[in-house]
Design a protein around this ligand. Structure first.
Ligand SMILES: Nc1ncnc2c1ncn2[C@@H]1O[C@H](COP(=O)(O)OP(=O)(O)OP(=O)(O)O)[C@@H](O)[C@H]1O
Ligand SMILES: [Mg+2]
Length: 637
């Protein structure tokens, strides 16, 4: 349009050219003018041209707007066909909305105090606006207010009146706040909270409004209807960030922090077992540890905090879902649940009929795994636990002796040979005695206890144990404390060898795991199992009260990192700092663990964690309790 106009203008400046034959080559401009052709029409042309005066930007914009108005926009499509703004509600199509604003807040609040509102079982639109405020302005205000209140008190005193306690409380609050602000420990904010309630009918709207108001009332919050400002109220609760109501309340940083809505992770799943109650929101903690990247768990807590009790509950409940459970029980406290659940209770004492041969091989050939090599490695670890520290020379000697012991029975790295009858500790003893080196005799002597001594009955015999029962408990209470690490090692190795034969959903519980952590070789062994358990559908539960020892070893830390489920129960002040460092605990969580009651703790499952109270039914309690008072007085099931 502009270019055409420009060319016409050009024509007017050269009137002589119109209507006359031209010798010059015909330009585009001239071609356009040729139909006009005659001198008589010249004034008309000039008139038309003059009418088309230059169009300004504004005119252009207006024309464009006019044009756009005629088109259908997205807004036309999504806009409601009706918006009716009433005194106390707003209707959009067939939906009704009512906005409430909060006019009064409680004096004291706890963390997550808004949770009942945020987890209200109807959908609500709620919005919070937070405006940082200059502390300086607030400080000046406070100064004035404090002076006023002090004056009121002074006047009362002079008149001999009793001081109004509410003024005294307000004055104390103001003074405390003043000092916090002046120190910079707190900052000041203005906070507003609005809630829009959606409903399908006006009756429903009234009903839900009442429910919301009573929920808020129970939190000591005073809500008000945004009467005559329902439209602004509705807009303020849309996710647009426009606070059109502007009803604010002063808050310091601490109070504001308590309104943070996402402090708890819900641990209620559709599958799994019940662990307890989430202390933040009262929801059930139902969880399947086998859905995590590994099913291992660690449980830490001081003596009597409820570790074994919680694990007993887990065992009872897990068994219902068809998993197998093995328990290493150094305290003999799983006897009752084993009896009632029909499990195998294996008592390790000197005259017990149970035998375990630590030289057993699984007989399973796995691609890329040398079964004999792995077995010799674990026996090596076991021997070091039995014999104590070895010099490098003794170590090499022991290695040779182990290989030789198997060789004498015809067992070599060839998988077919590994189905043969395995040797016994006695055979290793004989091999060591038969070796020429002086050191070998000394090693043999250290082994003698297991061959001829008190433990010969259990560990120097062919295994006669089959793990058929879904619940098998290995009770080693009757063994001397110094033999327990050896016994746990041998039992774990035995279970591990059997587990590899057929893969099933299983739990292996090592109670009082600090027995194993005392010796680096048994710690390495436990870590090795925890690391490889996932491939065999096995979850290893490690329970210990000796947190410091556990955390001070690399293997202890590695077991924690290889356990997706971590449970911390009540802790002692001595252990808490180290624990806080490893588990990244906040100061609130530290405080919680120091003051936790029995059976109360933190539950870390993958990324989510929550404070949990582990709960038992009365029957479960009677089976799981180990309190002497309960055991003596209760007539057990
Ligand atoms: N969740 C719970 N609910 C009710 N009572 C509990 C709970 N947890 C533990 N108890 C009580 O506390 C006692 C001690 O708990 P538990 O035997 O589990 O301690 P522990 O942490 O294993 O201690 P230790 O390290 O000495 O073995 C239980 O026998 C039981 O009576
Ligand atoms: Mg215990």
């Amino acid at each position: 349009m502009i270019s055409l106009f420009g060319k016409k203008k050009q024509t007017i400046q050269q009137p002589a050219a119109i209507g006359q034959p031209s010798s010059t080559p015909t330009t585009q401009t001239q071609l356009q003018q040729q139909p006009v052709g005659q001198a008589a029409q010249r004034p008309a042309i000039q008139q038309v041209v003059r009418q088309q005066a230059p169009i300004s930007q504004t005119q252009m914009y207006q024309t464009k707007q006019k044009f756009a108005k005629g088109l259908t926009s997205i807004r036309d499509i999504i806009a409601p066909s009706l918006v009716e703004v009433d005194f106390d509600n707003i209707r959009i199509n067939n939906n009704y909305y009512r906005t409430l604003f909060v006019a009064g807040y409680p004096r004291y609040v706890n963390a997550n105090w808004l949770h009942p509102l945020l987890s209200f079982d109807k959908s609500l639109f709620s919005s919070m606006y937070i405006y940082p405020t200059e502390s300086k302005v607030i400080l000046e205000d406070l100064k004035r207010k404090i002076a006023e209140m002090e004056a009121t008190i002074q006047v009362d005193m002079k008149r001999g009146k009793v001081i109004d306690p509410s003024v005294q409380v307000a004055l104390d609050d103001a003074l405390a706040l003043q000092s916090q602000l002046a120190k910079g420990a707190e900052r000041f904010y203005q906070f507003s909270l609005y809630i829009s309630i959606p409903a399908d009918s006006i009756e429903e709207l009234n009903r839900i409004s009442k429910e919301v108001e009573s929920t808020l009332g129970s939190l000591l919050i005073v809500p008000k209807h945004a009467t005559l400002s329902q439209e602004d109220g509705f807009k303020s609760t849309l996710p647009l960030g426009f606070d059109k109501l502007d009803v604010t309340r002063n808050m310091d940083t601490t109070s504001l922090a308590t309104t943070f809505p996402f402090t708890t992770a819900s641990l209620t799943a559709n599958s799994g077992i019940l662990y307890g109650i989430n202390e933040h929101d009262g929801s059930l903690v139902i969880f399947d540890r086998f859905v995590l990247e590994n099913a291992n768990s660690v449980i830490f807590g001081k003596s009597g905090s409820g570790k074994s009790f919680m694990v007993k509950l887990e065992v009872m409940r897990t068994l219902m879902f068809g998993a197998e459970v093995f328990v290493i029980d150094p305290e003999g406290e799983y006897r009752d649940i084993t009896r009632v659940l029909g499990g195998d209770h294996i008592n390790f004492s000197f005259n017990s009929p149970v035998k375990i041969n630590p030289f057993d091989l699984s007989g399973i050939i796995e691609e890329g795994e040398n079964e004999l090599g792995l077995k010799i490695l674990s026996l090596h670890g076991l021997m070091r636990v039995i014999m104590g520290d070895l010099t490098p020379g003794e170590d090499a000697l022991l290695d040779r002796a182990l290989v030789l012991t198997y060789k004498q029975k015809g067992i070599t790295p060839d998988p077919d040979s590994q189905k043969r009858e395995p040797p016994l500790i006695e055979d290793l003893y004989k091999v060591l005695m038969g070796m020429e080196e002086e050191n070998a005799i000394r090693l043999a002597e250290r082994l003698e206890k297991f061959v001829k001594g008190s433990l010969a009955g259990i560990f120097n015999q062919k295994s006669n144990l089959s793990l058929k029962n879904p619940l098998t408990v290995f009770d080693i209470k009757e063994l001397e404390a110094e033999l327990r690490p050896v016994a746990i090692f041998i039992i774990l190795d035995f279970i591990w060898t059997k587990i590899k034969r057929d893969v099933k959903k299983r739990l292996m519980i090592v109670d009082e795991a600090w027995y194993l952590m005392k010796h680096p070789d048994s710690a390495t062994f436990l870590y090795g199992i925890a690391k490889r358990a996932r491939k065999y559908y096995l979850g290893v539960t490690t329970i210990t009260q000796d947190v410091e020892d556990f955390l001070s070893t690399d293997h202890g830390k590695a077991i924690i990192t290889n356990s997706s489920l971590q449970i911390l129960l009540k802790q002692s002040p001595a252990a808490i700092d180290k624990l806080a460092e490893v588990f990244y605990l906040s100061s609130g969580e530290k405080h919680f663990l120091l003051s936790a009651g029995v059976g109360e703790g933190l539950f870390f499952a993958g990324a989510s964690h929550a404070a949990v109270q582990f709960i038992a039914s009365q029957q479960e309690y009677q089976l799981a309790t180990s309190k002497p008072s309960d055991v003596v007085t209760e007539n057990k099931v």
